[in-house]
Design a binder for this molecule. Structure first.
Ligand SMILES: [Zn+2]
Length: 360
């Protein structure tokens, strides 16, 4: 399949959006990359992961306290992904390229390949957001039917219920199955991945081995098999649920559109900027705890329009983007509360699971 093409941008909307955002950074004389609000958060998360690991593996904290630490580790690992890895991968963590690379490698430390992530997320998902058959983020067939072009099976009637155990295994599946599927097929969805250098191959395998030692072999040796099984699965299942919910609320809710690019080459009816706004939604942007923890992934509209701007600036630029959207009559999708976005995600899955075609 050839890559979908977007309509040429209208000079007015896209230009004004970019000009207003650039003006904000110039006027306030601040860099678009991270600042100490982000770096202090990164330090807290890194210290937390090391401390929890040491408590569990070296000091062998067990019982309810140990189990609670494993739940916390699940949240901290997700937080590192949202705040450090994600900004690093987009080159927005720091002005320094080496710092961005190091930040993106935090994903490899946690077992998933940053090379595959950059292809799947930065290249495919951010360019072809919610384009059916292209964006890998809305593809979980045959288990979940997220859009109408995906085949319908009777089991989908219950997908809004059985997604929860599926979401919980996402992180495990990603580390042990999805990365290897991409590696050996050389593809993400219909799109071929960039050729890997020898260094990329060595890094892929090397970091997987380090992960096996750090999170499986060594902890099992230290605490014993049963304690490791309980602890490890508590940790990875927690991370799985947390990252799945945050990912899904951005693009698979009732307000966000799924787009079918048809023709040869496939064409998208909108210009890229408007396409991003139509296919993306924010949630709970006034909740300081969610803002801090999700690394701006609750400001997905801002992130999709300006992925190279650090999430630390999203609350400020969000006001400007809203103003421009109002001026050009472009609908800006936002859920005030997280529970409302979760409700909308469930309703979307229910309607896709009904076998009917409720939207578009
Ligand atoms: Zn992103």
């Amino acid at each position: 399949m050839s890559k979908p093409k977007f309509v040429q941008p209208s000079l007015t909307f896209t230009q004004e959006l970019k000009a207003r955002i650039n003006e904000y950074f110039e006027k306030n004389n601040i860099a678009k990359t991270g600042n100490w609000n982000l770096y202090s958060k990164a330090i807290i998360l890194i210290v937390a992961v090391i401390a929890i690991y040491a408590a569990l593996v070296f000091f062998k904290v067990g019982g309810i306290a140990g189990w609670s630490l494993c739940v916390l580790l699940g949240f901290v690992a997700a937080g590192i992904g949202f705040n450090i890895m994600h900004d690093g991968g987009h080159g927005s963590f720091s002005e320094n390229k080496v710092m961005n690379k190091l930040a993106s490698y935090s994903l490899d430390v946690l077992g998933a390949s940053s090379f595959m992530w950059n292809m799947k997320h930065n290249v495919i998902h951010h360019t072809y957001t919610n384009i059916e058959g292209v964006d890998d983020d809305i593809s979980a067939e045959p288990f979940i039917r997220m859009c109408k072009s995906q085949p319908y099976y009777k089991m989908h009637r219950y997908q809004h219920i059985y997604i929860w155990p599926l979401y919980s295994i996402l992180y495990l599946f990603w580390v042990f199955v999805l990365d290897f599927k991409k590696y050996f097929s050389n593809k993400i969805g219909p799109i071929e991945i960039s050729p890997m250098s020898t260094k990329d191959h060595l890094f892929f395998w090397g970091t997987k081995l380090v992960y096996l030692f750090t999170f499986i072999g060594f902890p099992m040796y230290q605490v014993g098999t049963i304690a490791w099984v309980i602890g490890f699965f508590t940790f990875v299942l927690t991370t799985g649920v947390v990252i799945s919910i945050v990912f899904q609320l951005a693009h698979t809710v009732e307000e966000t559109e799924m787009v079918l690019a048809e023709g040869t080459p496939p064409k998208v009816e909108d210009e890229w900027t408007k396409h991003q706004i139509k296919t993306t939604a924010n949630f709970a942007t006034h909740n300081k705890i969610i803002n801090w923890f999700t690394g701006g992934l609750n400001f997905q509209v801002e992130h999709h329009l300006f992925p190279r701007i650090s999430h630390i600036h999203y609350p400020a630029i969000s006001k400007i983007i809203k103003e421009v959207c109002v001026k050009y009559d472009v609908k800006y999708n936002e859920y005030k509360y997280m529970y409302k976005a979760i409700g909308s995600h469930i309703r979307h899955l229910k309607s896709m699971g009904s076998g009917l075609v409720p939207k578009f």
